[in-house]
Each structure stands twice: as structure tokens, then as C-alpha cells.
Ligand binder design. Structure first.
Ligand code: PMP
Length: 270
């Protein structure tokens, strides 16, 4: 496997960035995950926009998006596969052993790994930890993902593929790597960005294409919603057939099934 590190392609087994990279030592970095289907990168411009926004939010130097485009194309070309997860990581670079950033400039790594297609439905659990809707990093896709790693491990230990967080005021927020939608009285709702969730690209497309409403939702909605689904780059729209102990028979329900159909049709044209 070949990946891109700071200006050129390298072999994955021997590629290096500094062991004192601020991304490694303190999680000072931002990233994007894109879907590459037979070499076609889905929604590249939207991902690059969000990467630049996250970098700005974290005070990193403005990323060179032309270089990142070249890097993505080179990595995709060098590693042909049916369905790939392309990851762009942009970090603070070689830095002293503290929170202050060094002056060597950022590091850029673009890597790819093959993934399988996600099942059409999945189980989720809720976790007792909260997303902070007012934090300095809220809404930024930073590499500080340890909380998500922990919550996802809990989900896996309970036979689920995703964990859902509330925010600090007990409102439904998002998953470790996905946004959440619920169907109430036949209408689709998703938490607003003010809930502290990431501005998911799939979320944005799903809202645009299905007319879903952005609504502040209590966690209890997971007990009463007619249907629930997740969105993310690798899941697209994925129905939820179990939340904690609650089974949702007949998944995907009619509204989710329609949303999946509309999403697949529109995404193919993007
Ligand atoms: N929330 C979080 C915390 C995520 O990591 C992701 C995955 N990037 C999402 C939501 C979904 O975003 P997207 O649709 O852009 O993949």
C-alpha cells in the first residue's frame, strides 16, 4: 500500500512522520475520511471545505488544498480497490514536548484502506458520556477521537456498531462517527448543529435531499421514534434495528427505505 506523506508517495510499511509530531503527542490535528469507489472520490470538495474549516478552527496553517487534491489522486491511483476509505490527516507537525506548537509547519498524510460495504441496518447503544456543545473543538473534525474510540468499543462489546451521545443538556447529539435521524409522525428530524454534532457531509446531503428538519430532540425520542437511521460517509444511510434494549421491527421502515432510495439516486449523480 502506498500513502502520501509531506510531499510524496511512500510505502506504508516504511513511511514516517516525526515521533514528536503534535498530532501524535497531543492530538493536535484535523482529518477527513472520504469514500473512494473504484477510484472515484465522493464529495471531495465538501470534505476539503470541512478540512480547511477544521484547520482554521484549530489555528493550524491554511492547508494547501491543491496539494491535498494531488495527494488524494496519487494515493487512489497507486492503490486500486473497489471500496476504499481515504483518510486525510493534517497535524501540527514536529513540536516540543508540550502544548505549544513547533515552527516546522504541519504534516500531511493521505492514506487509504479497503473496506467492505456496510449492512443496511445496525444496532446502536447509548452511552452515559456527553458531547460538549460549547467546547473549543465543537464542530471541528480534530484527531482527538479517544472518546469516540472508547464509546465505540463499548458499542462493540454490546453487539452494536455505533454509540450515541447526548449533549450536556441531555439532548440527542450524534454517534462516534455518524449523525442520527429519527422519524416522528412520518417526518424526519435530526439534531441541529447547535447540539454539538459534527456537520456531517452525509447529514447535510440527507437533509437537503429528504427535507429532514433540524430539531432539538430529547434522548427519550429514541424510545418513541417510529424509525431511526444513521448517516456517515461509510454508512451512507443506515437503518437502526435496535437501540439499547428496544427492537425496531420491520427495519428499514418505509420512511427510511425511501430516504435510502433517494440518497442512492442523488449520490450517484454527484
Ligand atoms: N459525527 C462524527 C463524530 C464523525 O466522526 C462523523 C464521520 N466523519 C460523522 C458525524 C458523519 O460525518 P460524515 O457524513 O461527513 O462522514
Amino acid at each position: 500500500m502506498k500513502l502520501w506523506v509531506n510531499g510524496g508517495l511512500q510505502d506504508q510499511d516504511t513511511a514516517t512522520v516525526s515521533v514528536l509530531d503534535h498530532g501524535l503527542t497531543v492530538g493536535d490535528g484535523v482529518f477527513e475520511t472520504l469514500k473512494a469507489e473504484n477510484g472515484r472520490l465522493f464529495a471531495l470538495d465538501l470534505h476539503l471545505d470541512r478540512l480547511a474549516r477544521s484547520a482554521r478552527g484549530l489555528g493550524l496553517p491554511e492547508p494547501d488544498l491543491d496539494e491535498i487534491r494531488r495527494a488524494c489522486a496519487a494515493v487512489v491511483d497507486a492503490n486500486p480497490m473497489r471500496l476504499g476509505r481515504l483518510r486525510i490527516t493534517y497535524t501540527g507537525g514536529l513540536s516540543p514536548l508540550g502544548s505549544e506548537r513547533g515552527d516546522t509547519g504541519p504534516s500531511l498524510v493521505v492514506a487509504i484502506g479497503e473496506v467492505g460495504r456496510r449492512p443496511d441496518s445496525t444496532a446502536v447503544v447509548t452511552v452515559p458520556w456527553t458531547r460538549n456543545e460549547r467546547g473549543a473543538l465543537t464542530g471541528l473534525k480534530t484527531t482527538s477521537y479517544a472518546e469516540n474510540v472508547l464509546a465505540l468499543a463499548r458499542a462493540h462489546s454490546q453487539g452494536a456498531s455505533e454509540a450515541l451521545f447526548a449533549n450536556t443538556v441531555g439532548r440527542l447529539c450524534e454517534g462516534t462517527g455518524s449523525n442520527v435521524f429519527v422519524v416522528l409522525d412520518g417526518r424526519i428530524h435530526t439534531p441541529p448543529l447547535t447540539s454539538g454534532c459534527l456537520a456531517g457531509i452525509t447529514r447535510r446531503l440527507a437533509v437537503e435531499w429528504t427535507g429532514a428538519q433540524e430539531t432539538d430532540l430529547p434522548m427519550g425520542v429514541l424510545d418513541s421514534a417510529e424509525e431511526i437511521f444513521l448517516t456517515s460517509t461509510l454508512r451512507d444511510i443506515q437503518a437502526v434495528h435496535r437501540v439499547d434494549a428496544r427492537e425496531l421491527p420491520g427495519t428499514p421502515g418505509p420512511v427510511t427505505a425511501k430516504a435510502m432510495e433517494v440518497f442512492a439516486e442523488r449520490a450517484a449523480l454527484l
